[in-house]
Design a protein around this ligand. Structure first.
Ligand code: UDH
Ligand code: MN
Length: 365
């Protein structure tokens, strides 16, 4: 039996303090802590006690009942506050509103708000019942700190109301290479499987936020589940494309069957369409819910510097079928520069690699 380690919040400031203890994550699997990051004054995590709080010990002793199919904590629509310039609906609503001050909350404020999180951004489920599913939420990321603050503030609330066990894993690309979302997501999937036995993996854009807590953040073993087809940016209408964008849920079997995402789409576009083709060639289909509460906000933003539109994406897509077996999880060779455990999330710092065909194109005289 692993020992519980209590993570307490204390006054003070310890930034980047390195701690090597072993901690216990949401499913009672032992993981190595890579780093404990101190946060702003008034909210620092210190490892204080090896045998855990009384309440945690009692929870372990007492056999908990399974949580109900429908969580009693759900409230339905979530009012999401986004500063006006970042909101697609701003023009339709009240444009005279002043910008929100001190918003979105900082990572430290999010950590203070969600008291039951464990280091690394994981949650062991409600105190009074055993969660039915454990979910890894994987977020490809670079240089979107503001979006991440919104994302974390709202996602923890939703997942906890759904009585799930979960961990938020942010896969951050480091270095100056062009953004490679596919490689980041594959790498985070491999990382997640190493530490915990998750039932479900949700690949989620950082700028997309669910507007209702009834939108299930779980998996379906028969279908790859496309959570977020209805976005405010497109008036909550789905165009019926093959692409599977914004948020997508796979079981381990499903993600393995498609060999993960292609690692060959460099820059913006293509990898989501390619995933649509991959899923189509397996026994799985894509499912989308139709209830009118399936609504997502997308935070408005400009194009990112390191993520230009990929001019070769359509060309690559034509070869999607042929490449599927060799290109993806099976060809992954990103390097992990660091793993940082915040209270709100685990951050993988990853270096992606340049696909061979891109190198060849760049090296042409
Ligand atoms: N992402 C980052 N950093 C980057 C690029 C992408 O974190 O530099 C991640 C992030 O999770 C984002 C996701 O990758 O949500 C998808 O990238 P995106 O937001 O650029 O994709 P989207 O479809 O792009 O939103 C729309 C084009 C943006 C140009 C709009 C000009 N008006
Ligand atoms: Mn976006």
């Amino acid at each position: 039996m692993n020992e519980w380690v209590q993570v307490s919040r204390k006054q003070g400031f310890v930034d980047g303090a390195k701690v090597d203890e072993t901690v216990t994550d949401c499913l009672n699997v032992t993981i190595k802590r890579d780093k404990a990051i101190g946060t702003l004054s008034g909210n620092v995590q210190n490892i204080t006690e090896k045998n855990g709080t009384k309440m945690e010990q009692e929870n372990v002793k007492k056999k908990k009942e399974m949580c109900p199919t429908i969580s009693p904590l759900l409230k339905g629509p979530i009012s999401i506050l986004i500063n006006l310039e970042l909101d697609y609906n701003a023009k339709k609503t009240n444009t005279s509103k002043p910008p929100l001050q001190n918003w979105p909350p900082t990572l430290e404020e999010v950590a203070v708000h969600y008291k039951d999180l464990k280091l690394g951004g994981s949650y062991a489920g409600p105190r009074d019942c055993k969660c039915k599913t454990s979910v890894a939420v994987i977020v490809p990321f670079r240089d979107r700190e503001m979006h991440l603050r919104y994302f974390l503030y709202y996602i923890h609330q939703l997942l906890q109301r759904q009585q799930l066990c979960y961990q938020i894993i942010v896969a951050e690309q480091v270095g100056s290479e062009t953004f490679n979302k596919g490689q980041l997501m594959n790498s985070a999937f491999v990382y997640a499987n190493r530490s915990t036995n998750f039932d479900c993996f949700i690949f989620h854009d950082v700028d997309v936020i669910a507007e209702d807590d009834r939108i299930p953040y779980t998996c379906n073993s028969d279908h790859v589940y496309h959570l977020a087809p209805y976005l405010d940016k497109f008036n909550y209408k789905w165009g019926g494309y093959l692409t599977v964008c914004a948020a997508l849920a796979f079981t381990k079997e499903q993600f393995t069957a498609v060999n993960g995402y292609s690692g060959e789409f460099v820059g913006w576009g293509g990898e989501d369409d390619d995933m649509g083709v991959r899923i189509k060639s397996t026994k799985y289909t894509v499912s989308r819910l139709k209830e009118n509460y399936i609504r997502f906000k997308m935070i408005k933003h400009n194009s990112d510097k390191g993520n230009p539109k990929n001019p070769r994406r359509l060309n690559r897509l034509r070869l999607a079928h042929e490449r599927m077996k060799e290109d993806g999880l099976s060809s992954l060779n990103t390097s992990t520069v660091d793993v940082i455990k915040y209270m709100t999330h685990t951050r993988l710092k990853l270096k992606t690699f340049m696909p061979k065909y891109v190198k060849e194109v760049l090296n042409r005289p």
